[in-house]
Design a binder for this molecule. Structure first.
Ligand code: ATP
Ligand code: MG
Length: 318
C-alpha cells in the first residue's frame, strides 16, 4: 500500500456559465464538484494504475465531509483526522462566451497543534501497512515548515521511504530529512537554487542537472526535476538520467506533476530500475497533460506514450 498525505485537501467546484454577468445573477448550465488538492490527484492516479493507496489527511466541516464522501464514491480509501476548521473550496467560473475562466482559491483552515498531533498518531500507525508514502502539496496554515521533514523522519524510522512534492521551505527542509525522491518542477528548483535554470528556449538541461545534484547533496536520495514538455531530468544514486516524451501535447497540464509523483512512488515500491521508473513517470505525466480534465488521463494514451518515451543516461559528471 502507498500512503498519500494530503494535509490541505479541497473541494474543487467548477461552474460553466454561458456569459458571466459580474453585476447580476448567473445561472450555471453545468456544475462539477470533485475532491482536489495535489495529494488527492496523486491518489487517484495511483488507483487508476492499480496501486493500493491510503489517503491520510485533515478534513473539517461540511466541505471536509463532502471530500471524504466523494473519495469514497471514487473508491479511494482514506483516513481523515477531523479538524475544527472548514476544509477549503476552490471555485472555477468558466465563461462560455469568452472561454476565460476565473479561479477563486480559498486559503483553507488553520490547523491546531492538537489536531496535527492526532494526525501524527494515526500516520505512525498507518506506516506499518505502507511500502512508501507520498507527501504532496502546500501545508495548511498553522503547520510549521518542517512538517514534511518530520513525517519523512517518522517514515524512515518505520523503514518507509518517502516521495516529496512540495515547494519553498517545506521542500528545502523536507529534502534535508533524506526522502527517497524529491520532485520539483523547474520553477520550484529555480526558487530553491536561487538562480535561473532556463533560457527563452526552455530549461537549460546542464543547469537543471547541476541544481538537481546540489539538492541531492543537500539530503534528498534522488531528485527528479519535471520540465513540462521537456520531460524529466533525474539525479540518482545510479547517476543522472533524462526521460523525454515523444512530443509536446496540448491538453490540460494541471496535475501532470502529480501524475509523475504517482508514477515515481509506484516504481519505487515495485523496485523498478531508474530507466523504467522514469519511463512510466513521464508517460503518466504526458498522458495527464494530454487529457482535457485536470489530473485525469486515458489509459490508452498512457500505453502509447510509454512505448515512445526515450530514456538515457546523462553524459555529464555524475
Ligand atoms: N505540454 C506537455 N507535453 C508533453 N508532456 C508534458 C507536457 N506538460 C507536462 N508534461 C509531462 O508531465 C510531466 C510533469 O509536468 P510539469 O513539469 O509541468 O509538472 P508540474 O509543474 O509539477 O505540474 P503540476 O504541479 O500542475 O502537477 C512532464 O515531465 C512531462 O512528462
Ligand atoms: Mg507540481
Amino acid at each position: 500500500m502507498i500512503g498519500v498525505v494530503c494535509l490541505n485537501p479541497a473541494l474543487d467546484i467548477t461552474h460553466h456559465v454561458a456569459a458571466v454577468d459580474w453585476a447580476g445573477v448567473n445561472r450555471p448550465s453545468a456544475v462539477y464538484a470533485r475532491p482536489g488538492g495535489k495529494g488527492l490527484n496523486v491518489a487517484r492516479t495511483l488507483r487508476a494504475i492499480g496501486a493500493e493507496v491510503l489517503v491520510m489527511g485533515l478534513a473539517g466541516g461540511v466541505t471536509g465531509a463532502g471530500v471524504e464522501s466523494a473519495l469514497g464514491e471514487l473508491g479511494v480509501p482514506a483516513a481523515f483526522t477531523r479538524i475544527r476548521g472548514e476544509t477549503r473550496r476552490t471555485f472555477a467560473v468558466v465563461d462560455g462566451r469568452s472561454g476565460d475562466s476565473a479561479l477563486f482559491n480559498e486559503p483553507g483552515p488553520r490547523v491546531g497543534v492538537d489536531e496535527f498531533t492526532a494526525f501524527s498518531v494515526m500516520y505512525e500507525k498507518a506506516l506499518g501497512g505502507c511500502a512508501a508514502v507520498v507527501l504532496s502539496g502546500s501545508l495548511p496554515l498553522g503547520l510549521a515548515a518542517d512538517t514534511y521533514a518530520r513525517l519523512i523522519e517518522m517514515g524512515a524510522t518505520a523503514g518507509v521511504p518517502a516521495v516529496l512534492d512540495a515547494q519553498g521551505e517545506a521542500m528545502a527542509l523536507g529534502a534535508a530529512a533524506r526522502p527517497a525522491i524529491v520532485k520539483p518542477n523547474l520553477a520550484e528548483l529555480e526558487a530553491w537554487a536561487g538562480r535561473r535554470l532556463s533560457t527563452e528556449r526552455g530549461a537549460d538541461r546542464a543547469a537543471v542537472a547541476a541544481a538537481a545534484r546540489e539538492l541531492r547533496a543537500a539530503g534528498a536520495q534522488a531528485v527528479v526535476a519535471s520540465l513540462g514538455a521537456q520531460g524529466l531530468l533525474a539525479a540518482t544514486e545510479d547517476g543522472g538520467w533524462q526521460a523525454m516524451p515523444p512530443a509536446a501535447v496540448a491538453g490540460n497540464a494541471t496535475g501532470a506533476g502529480d501524475a509523475v509523483a504517482a508514477g515515481l512512488a509506484h516504481g519505487l515500491v515495485l523496485g523498478r530500475p531508474w530507466d523504467e521508473r522514469l519511463r512510466h513517470a513521464v508517460a503518466l505525466g504526458t498522458a495527464t497533460a494530454a487529457a482535457p480534465v485536470a489530473g485525469e488521463f486515458s489509459p490508452a494514451d498512457y500505453t502509447s506514450v510509454l512505448d515512445a518515451v526515450t530514456v538515457h543516461r546523462e553524459e555529464a559528471r555524475r
